[in-house]
Design a protein around this ligand. Structure first.
Ligand SMILES: C[S@@+](CC[C@H](N)C(=O)[O-])C[C@H]1O[C@@H](n2cnc3c(N)ncnc32)[C@H](O)[C@@H]1O
Length: 93
């Protein structure tokens, strides 16, 4: 895959595209069980958190930039309304 296929830009930052998200989902599936806790200490746009929600893992995400915490919260909210899968994500500003 080329860089253009793997990444997209949000607000000047580079994040993973859908193909790469599938790889994250595969890794989480192979390395953990439902209900396990996954730590992403550099959460960014929250791709790992979104994958965890979909795969019924809990996720602890650490992100220094508040704008990305909000972006992750928005992505998780959309995912919940689309899939009706429960999950939780908390942030502290
Ligand atoms: C490359 S992005 C992570 C991409 C993310 N895993 C994804 O899939 O979209 C790296 C993130 O780490 C965050 N970051 C950098 N230094 C940090 C720190 N010391 N503590 C927490 N987050 C940090 C940046 O703000 C940035 O959003």
């Amino acid at each position: 895959m080329t860089e253009k296929e793997d990444y997209k830009t949000i607000d000047g930052e580079i994040y993973l595209r859908a193909k790469a998200l599938e790889i994250i989902e595969d890794i989480i599936t192979w390395c953990s069980l439902e209900g396990d806790i996954i730590l992403d200490p550099y959460l960014g746009s929250g791709s790992v958190a979104v994958a965890c929600q979909k795969l019924k893992r809990d996720c602890i995400g650490i992100e220094i930039e508040e704008k990305y915490v909000k972006l992750t919260e928005e992505r998780l909210s959309k995912e919940i309304s689309q899939t009706k899968i429960g999950g939780h994500f908390s942030s502290q500003a």
